[in-house]
Design a protein around this ligand. Structure first.
Ligand SMILES: [Zn+2]
Length: 133
């Protein structure tokens, strides 16, 4: 998730003033107060403790990529909640599509680490010690 995007100001411009500016600024304060760094640190720690594995992936295009055909387009997301691929017609809940794409990105990253395609994992990710060569 990009916290900066989530907490973008609703103020707008002089020509096009934003709507619900006061409500959005309150929401922004809540988003920024949640301590995302601490949340991630705790998640990482607790996962290691229980034998889990935190893999951070770049969120880029995870909500715009069709899991069926791979077509990437902002037009695939005409509404906040619904995904409809303009290339192959695949339809699904947008959150489900995002989850599928994030999971695939994580699997790809793990595969690259195990095969040494990338040398050092990004901060917050861990190479498993139990993976057989
Ligand atoms: Zn598609």
């Amino acid at each position: 998730m990009k916290v900066r995007n989530m907490s973008k100001s609703a103020a707008g411009t002089l020509d096009q003033p934003g709507r619900n500016v006061r409500a959005k600024s309150g929401l922004n304060r809540n988003i920024l107060d949640q301590g995302w760094f601490e949340f991630r640190r705790q998640l990482d720690y607790k996962l290691q403790w229980s034998g889990g594995w935190l893999v951070a992936v770049p969120p880029r295009n995870t909500s715009r990529t069709c899991p069926a055909c791979g077509h990437v387009s902002a037009d695939n997301r005409r509404t906040q909640s619904q995904f409809h691929c303009v290339e192959c017609g695949f339809e699904e809940n947008a959150d489900t599509v995002g989850a599928i794409n994030v999971l695939r990105a994580g699997h790809a990253r793990i595969a690259c680490e195990v095969s040494d395609a990338i040398k050092s994992p990004a901060a917050g990710t861990h190479r498993s010690d139990s993976v057989a060569a």
